[in-house]
Design a protein around this ligand. Structure first.
Ligand SMILES: C[S@@+](CC[C@H](N)C(=O)[O-])C[C@H]1O[C@@H](n2cnc3c(N)ncnc32)[C@H](O)[C@@H]1O
Length: 395
């Protein structure tokens, strides 16, 4: 089959040759044929030689999202099934037997631009964020059913991931009869995932490995779990023998589920607290009251959504880290995260350094954390790395 062609400007072919999956509008010299947004196009160098194949969308700065570098590959049901099966094979290898929830497909990192699939036991949640895949939703669902044989599939695409392709939020059942919530197991601990609720994310699967790492410091500790969501870090901390866990989140719903998770896992912990509030304010209030903690976890939402927001985000990260460092007892541990892809690991460490200087709390980095192996980082696509964490010991 012959596809419309996108010809690049001279000298713009190198990233494509090196398998970077994005072609920016500024790299394009001209378009041959009349592709509609969402169509498949071939990308060629300035001399007309084939380079790669992808989804076209003029509404996006990322005008072509590449999915194949071989002229014989076409996007059809078989291709989708193969990519999903390959992605699944890795998850089956990297997921321990005491865990039945993981990210099955991680978009470009798994070679399928715009497709994110999470599995919670036998239910899948799907986010489609390219117009090309949105148009092929039925084929995607069919391929997922074939390869993964789920009980149900739910779409949970929020507006942010879709707006750059001109799409709006899209949520609801795609296949089967999805339950309102489902129970999953991570590291032998039970969690309930709200599949229909208002919160856009079901469960932060990317923190699986880090929850266990942080729990290792929680025995006998007074723990502040800031940005607690449904308390996954808290449940791990409880199992590790934390003396008290104080959970803070703006979402009362999420905290109610956090409390439920303790009971579900057989922990009777009247000493724990669930505070509905803004972490920025709660940290200051604790400082004024002279509260102190042995472990503080900071796992905020993404602060930087665009390059223009990086500076403001940096100030936000510095502020919460500075306030947290002040609340830690000597020898206390700060486990601090950023899931903003636009904030590099280097910059994040500098922010921590600034916070430590201003708080007059010298600290050591004892562990560097990242996203779990079911969220792989493709070497040709460094943008797939977004989560970074530092575990610091306050001196
Ligand atoms: C990345 S999630 C935390 C995930 C959680 N640590 C886990 O492992 O499940 C960020 C959370 O921060 C909450 N949040 C956002 N802004 C907040 C703020 N200013 N103060 C308190 N919580 C906030 C959101 O409701 C969300 O639950």
């Amino acid at each position: 089959m012959k596809y419309p062609r996108v010809l690049l400007k001279p000298g713009k072919e190198k990233p494509v040759r090196n398998a970077h999956p994005w072609v920016f509008s500024g790299a394009i010299a001209r378009v041959e044929g009349q592709p509609r947004d969402g169509d498949v196009v071939d990308v060629a160098d300035a001399g007309g030689a084939f380079l790669a194949r992808g989804f076209y969308n003029r509404q996006s700065q990322l005008t072509v999202r590449l999915f194949a570098w071989d002229e014989d590959e076409t996007l059809d049901g078989r291709w989708l099934r193969e990519r999903i099966a390959q992605a699944l094979a890795w998850r089956q290898r990297c997921t321990p037997p005491d865990t039945n929830a993981y990210r099955v497909v991680f978009s470009e990192a798994d070679g399928v631009p715009g497709l994110i699939v999470d599995r919670y036991t036998d239910v899948l949640t799907v986010q489609l964020s390219t117009l090309g895949l949105e148009r092929r939703k039925a084929e995607v669902v069919e391929a997922l059913v074939d390869v993964l044989q789920p009980r149900a599939i739910v779409e949970r695409a929020d507006a942010e991931s879709r707006e750059r392709e001109g799409l709006t939020a899209s949520q609801g059942p795609l296949w089967g009869k999805p339950p309102a919530e489902i129970e999953m197991v991570e590291a032998g601990l039970r969690f309930v995932v709200d599949l229909r609720g208002g919160q856009k994310t079901g469960f932060y699967l990317d923190q699986r490995v880090n929850r266990a790492r942080v729990a290792a410091y929680c025995q006998g500790a007074r723990v502040l779990n800031a940005f607690a969501y449904t308390g996954a870090f808290a449940v791990y901390a409880a199992r590790a023998g934390a003396e008290q866990v104080v959970n803070v989140d703006t979402s009362a719903e999420a905290l109610a589920l956090a409390e439920r998770h303790m009971t579900l896992n057989g922990f009777d912990r009247p000493q724990d607290e669930y505070i509905v509030g803004d972490v920025f304010q709660v940290l200051r209030a604790y400082r004024d009251r002279g509260e102190a903690f042995d472990v503080i976890i900071l796992d905020p939402p993404k602060f930087a959504h665009s390059a223009g927001q990086v500076e403001r985000a940096t100030r936000g990260y510095k502020d919460i880290n500075l306030q947290a460092l002040r609340l830690l007892r000597p020898e206390g541990m700060l486990a601090t995260f950023s899931c903003s892809g636009l904030i590099s690991a280097d910059l994040f460490q500098k922010v921590l350094f600034g916070a430590s200087v201003d708080a007059r709390r010298p600290a050591q980095i004892v562990e560097r954390l990242t996203q779990a192996p079911d969220h792989p980082v493709r070497l040709s696509f460094p943008e797939s790395e977004y989560l970074k964490g530092l575990v610091c010991r306050v001196l």
